[in-house]
Design a binder for this molecule. Structure first.
Ligand code: NAD
Length: 259
């Protein structure tokens, strides 16, 4: 059987990198992506290559640009002849009160977190339908289910990702394709590290106070989640035993949304 081709967007850091590493270990051919130049990510690409005998190929694409998601999937199909697994992981965040949120930040956050997923999904589905097998995973967030102040664009986009997931799942339910969202709570990654600084500024708190009073205040375990936990869920969703899980939002949040 041909090896499965998996594209993970935003896979040079944090959760996407953990998923790419897990997929390499699972034996998939992995297509990596970020907006960075190939030279800037050579160490990371080398790290993933060391985990697998299969090809690992980097595709530079800035998913903030209209059409980039579509072009990215087309480039993967052109290179490997198919796409079996698509993980829409690339995401950015900004913390600011809504009345100070610029329209350009709003558009950028929506483009990367939501519009790019629409483009990759619509471009990948015909190819998956042709073979009657596919797995699409969209990395949403607990902020796709509940809100917090000062993250209007991110929360709006992550809620919309869940709506997109459900709709796509219904449309391809009889084609052997599953479409699911994963909703992590706070996972310690560079995205969260950057947010720490923003939160310190917006709330006028120290680093320790932000972690305790803001980030982990609603995470009952009081612990950050590891990127590998999200990767393990992604890996399971790609397995044959996950064939009946579709249109779902898989929550990995240390109890965040249980309240
Ligand atoms: P991260 O900042 O560590 O990694 C983000 C990745 O996206 C990087 O590889 C980056 O290069 C890529 N990226 C950013 N802008 C891009 C663009 N314009 N085009 C292409 N790639 C781009 O972030 P992370 O914490 O690993 O987050 C990954 C996903 O998980 C995001 O969708 C995020 O919203 C979601 N998430 C994260 C957390 C968390 O606590 N870290 C919680 C819930 C959901």
């Amino acid at each position: 059987m041909a090896k499965k081709i998996a594209l993970v967007t935003g896979s040079t850091s944090g959760i996407g990198l953990a998923i790419a590493l897990k997929f390499a270990k699972d034996g998939y051919i992995v297509a990596l992506n970020s907006f960075e130049s190939e030279a800037d990510v050579s160490d990371i690409v080398g790290q993933i290559k060391s985990e697998t005998k299969n090809p690992v190929v980097y595709f530079q694409a800035d998913l903030a640009k209209t059409g980039a998601g579509e072009e990215l999937v087309k480039a993967v199909i052109e290179k490997f002849g198919r796409i079996d697994i698509l993980v829409n992981n690339a995401g950015v965040q900004k913390v600011a009160p809504i009345d100070e949120f610029s329209s350009s930040d709003w558009n950028r956050i929506r483009s990367i977190n939501l519009d790019a997923s629409f483009e990759t999904i619509k471009t990948a589905i015909p190819d998956m339908k042709n073979r009657g097998w596919g797995r699409i995973i969209n990395i949403s967030s607990v902020h796709g289910l509940v809100a917090s102040p000062f993250k209007s664009a991110y929360i709006a986009a992550k809620h919309a990702v869940i709506g997109l997931t459900k709709t796509a799942a219904l449309e391809v339910a009889q084609n052997g394709i599953t479409v699911n969202a994963i909703c992590p709570g706070y996972v310690f990654t560079p995205l969260v590290e950057k947010q720490l600084k923003d939160q310190m500024r917006v709330h006028n708190l120290s680093k320790e106070e932000v972690v305790e009073q803001i980030m982990l205040a609603n995470q009952p375990t009081k612990k950050f989640i590891h990127p590998q936990e999200i990767a393990a869920m992604a890996s399971f969703l790609c397995s044959d035993m996950a064939i009946s899980i579709t249109g779902a939002s898989m929550v990995i949040d240390g109890g965040y949304t249980a309240r």
